[in-house]
Write a protein that binds this ligand. Structure first.
Ligand SMILES: [Zn+2]
Ligand SMILES: [Zn+2]
Length: 551
């Protein structure tokens, strides 16, 4: 094949004129409640991925994400981080089942997913309202616009009971541009501040406490071997976890299990240096009157939680203890620095799967597009689509972005075209139709093709500049709006012919081009057999150096 033409290409050209209305490929609904103005959005699956990266807000027209890391990215929030195996940059979100439900499969049903990141221990609560983009069969995913985001500076959890139960740091609201579904995301800080975790698990402090206890009461600690010492020193978080378990699981009629401040384990692992933490957790101290002089002795009474039928309400005392317990378990799950043993394994649903289900963004078997390459990341980001988006999803993403942010249509078109390079012919047909439509609306002043060609570059036919001027303008246009490459080249061809200028024509002919540029520029009838096109092309342009980009 003389020019590396392929049958795919012919099919592509042939199919293009049949598409009378490119929008018929994807049905576009008018937005329900929102008048978005000029805002790009994100399809549900993309948004879920972005949340894991801490990108609650993301403007794809801004600088690359790597240059502008989010304040809510997991690595930035991590404190007291011991996990060695999970160096991921993403939040490792799990669902807290007692606080979560998903009734989105019931008409009008909502979902609340209360999640905890096992790495940074921040909490993410997702409240998803009822909503449907049709049946979601025609619309392959909700398209969410950020309605607003509020950030709150850290507050002192110890001083304000309301803040303590729910230390809100960020609130974001999203609405689907094609239906009325809304999502609220609330990010709350860890209930246990890092200094306390450090204090509780401070092995030096515990060793010292053990030494003091042994000195004061040698008989009580007489039979403690090295193993027991090691256990004292390394299991304080486990002990705390057991206390919290009792609080959460004790039945209302049960008497509260008091912890004696003289309890051997309590005394060594916590003692008086952790008093403020136990007070914060809602434990009450009952002193014993007949204590020896100079000693504070008594009992710690664990908090008594209200009976809970059904799901635990957010911001309640019970939710608070559950949250603390989740954090302690996440800490226990991290391998400890020396042993490498995992003490606890959290068995909770992975948030990503639950979010995908609630937002109907799950990929079925065999669904999903090709594996994306690194160079495509910016294009997926612009279109607000996940990098595993299939063709139909990308088309839908494009339509939604253009609908809510028409001012950046060129950019979206360019992204669509770039992604089309590695996709099949039907998708390229779609890109072509979009591009064609754009070109037609951009320049349609005179009927003379030569006038049109000049107008394409906003130039007048009477200009007398040298060839290099026109070539530079053309190169500029290619750079500014790569989606219209073929239109730019076709216009330059007209100008080159009009001026009978070899330098311009050589720019047209000698540079590499893609399939999508070929038809316009060769002026061939796409319905001709391949051989005729080749012959005609050769005789028309008499150039040997053309290279067609074979994708
Ligand atoms: Zn995290
Ligand atoms: Zn929707």
């Amino acid at each position: 094949m003389p020019f590396g033409f392929s049958l795919t290409w012919l099919h592509y050209v042939k199919a293009a004129p049949d598409i009378a209305n490119p929008f018929s490929i994807v049905r576009v609904e008018e937005p329900g409640v929102l008048d978005p103005g000029a805002v790009p959005g994100r399809l549900a699956r993309r948004l879920i991925g972005d949340w894991h990266l801490g990108l609650l807000d993301d403007n794809p027209h801004d600088s690359p994400q790597e240059a502008n890391p989010s304040e809510w990215a997991c690595p930035r929030l991590r404190a007291f981080y011991r996990r060695k195996t999970n160096a991921s940059v993403e939040h490792d979100l799990i669902v807290i089942p007692t606080q979560s439900y998903d009734e989105t499969n019931v008409p009008g049903g909502e979902a609340v997913l209360s999640c905890l990141c096992r790495s940074c221990r921040y909490h993410f609560v997702f409240k998803i309202s009822a909503g449907s983009c049709g049946s979601l069969r025609d619309n392959p995913q909700h398209h969410f616009l950020l309605n607003g985001i509020e950030e709150f500076s850290p507050a002192n959890v110890e001083n304000d009971p309301a803040v303590k139960l729910y230390p809100l740091r960020c609130h974001a609201l999203y609405t689907c541009s094609a239906c009325t579904q809304t999502i609220e995301v609330e990010v709350t800080a860890p209930r246990l501040v890092p200094e306390w975790i450090h204090l509780i698990s401070d092995e030096q402090r515990i060793t010292q406490a053990l030494n003091v206890a042994r000195e004061e009461d040698p008989d009580r600690y007489a039979n403690i071997g090295p193993e027991a010492v090691h256990r004292y020193v390394t299991t304080s978080l486990q002990t705390l976890n057991a206390y919290l378990k009792d609080v959460v699981e004790s039945a209302p009629e049960e008497k509260r299990k008091r912890i004696s401040s003289r309890n051997k384990t309590f005394m060594v692992q916590f003692g008086t240096s952790c008093d403020h933490i136990f007070h914060y957790l809602g434990f009450e101290f009952e002193p014993v009157e007949e204590a020896e002089e100079g000693r504070v002795e008594g009992f710690w009474l664990p908090p008594k939680l209200d009976v809970q039928e059904g799901k635990t309400p957010l911001k309640s005392d019970r939710a608070f203890i559950e949250d603390v317990r989740g954090e302690v378990q996440a800490l226990l799950e991290e391998s400890s620095p020396d042993s490498g043993d995992t003490v606890v394994r959290l068995i909770s649903p992975i948030a990503r799967a639950s979010l995908e289900k609630a937002l109907k963004a799950t990929l079925g078997p065999g669904q999903g597009g090709k594996t994306a390459i690194k160079e495509e990341a910016a294009d997926f980001r612009l279109l607000g689509a996940a990098t595993d988006a299939d063709d139909e999803t990308l088309k839908w993403a494009f339509h939604r972005q253009v609908h809510t942010d028409p001012g950046h249509k060129e950019a979206y078109l360019s992204a669509l075209n770039n992604l089309g390079l590695r996709r099949d012919v039907d998708f390229q047909v779609f890109c072509f139709a979009q591009q064609d439509q754009q070109v037609q609306t951009t320049n349609a002043t005179s009927d003379d093709p030569v006038d049109k060609a000049y107008a394409h570059f906003n130039l007048d036919r009477t200009r007398s500049e040298p060839a290099s001027f026109f070539i530079n303008v053309y190169k500029n246009f290619r750079e500014q709006s790569p989606a219209q490459k073929s239109a730019h080249r076709a216009a330059l061809l007209q100008i080159g012919k009009d001026r009978n200028d070899n330098e311009i024509l050589s720019e047209v002919y000698m540079t590499q081009m893609e399939h999508s540029e070929a038809c316009t520029y060769l002026s061939v009838d796409p319905t001709w057999p391949l051989e005729s096109i080749a012959v005609s092309a050769q005789s028309t342009i008499q150039v040997n150096g053309i290279r067609f980009h074979n994708s």
